[in-house]
Design a protein around this ligand. Structure first.
Ligand code: IDP
Ligand code: MG
Length: 172
């Protein structure tokens, strides 16, 4: 009788040695630290009634909603939020787009929710964002100077802290 650890090799029906496929997956360092992320449903998503769908996906993934607000952001708030993009060709169109209507601003919480939400959102360019992601399922190129891509999500713990201070100073 065989015992011990299962072998990475086994035999096929004709007796030839079969090698297990190499592992292409890997698991990042496990962390128990809870983090927060600032999520925005941008004016294109808000106008199309997608706030609920975005919140549904966040909750279905298992993250917690900490707080939520619906507002029309002014340019001063947006200039702070998008300071890293000042001077880029899409900066002014981005501020125009983001200030033209209501957004749903949300703070979410959970272990690794910053990268987790970025994965739910998909790539910045909605044409390239994979189906199954928010941007991939609901976004497309409209031939404008700025990509309208439904959602924003913080990209690092530093950004998250900075952005939560901008949108929810009472939480900081
Ligand atoms: P992110 O939202 O995926 O983090 P960022 O590079 O931080 O992407 O850009 C902020 C926002 O500016 C994007 O979500 C998108 O709306 C817009 N944007 C970014 N890069 C471009 C571009 O090259 N052309 C047009 N719009 C862009
Ligand atoms: Mg960004």
């Amino acid at each position: 009788m065989r015992s011990g650890m299962p072998s990475r090799r086994s035999r096929g029906r004709r007796g030839q040695l079969l090698r297990s496929p190499p592992r292409t997956d890997s698991v990042a360092v496990v962390t128990t630290r809870t983090e927060r992320s600032l999520v925005l449903v941008k004016p294109d998503g808000f106008t199309r009634g997608l706030s609920g769908e975005v919140l549904r996906r966040i909750e279905a993934k298992g993250y917690t909603l900490v707080t939520l607000s619906i507002l029309t952001p002014d340019r001063e708030r947006l200039a702070r939020h998008y300071a890293e993009h000042e001077g880029k060709p899409f900066y002014e169109p981005l501020l125009d787009f983001m200030s033209r209507g209501q957004v749903t601003a949300v703070v979410i919480e959970g272990q690794r929710c910053i990268e987790g939400f970025r994965a739910l959102a998909g790539a910045t360019d909605p044409t390239m964002a994979l189906p199954g992601t928010i941007r991939g399922d609901f976004g497309r190129d409209w031939g404008l100077d700025v990509q309208q891509n439904i959602v924003h999500g913080s990209d690092s713990p530093q950004s998250s802290e900075r952005e939560i201070r901008i949108w929810f100073p009472e939480l900081a």
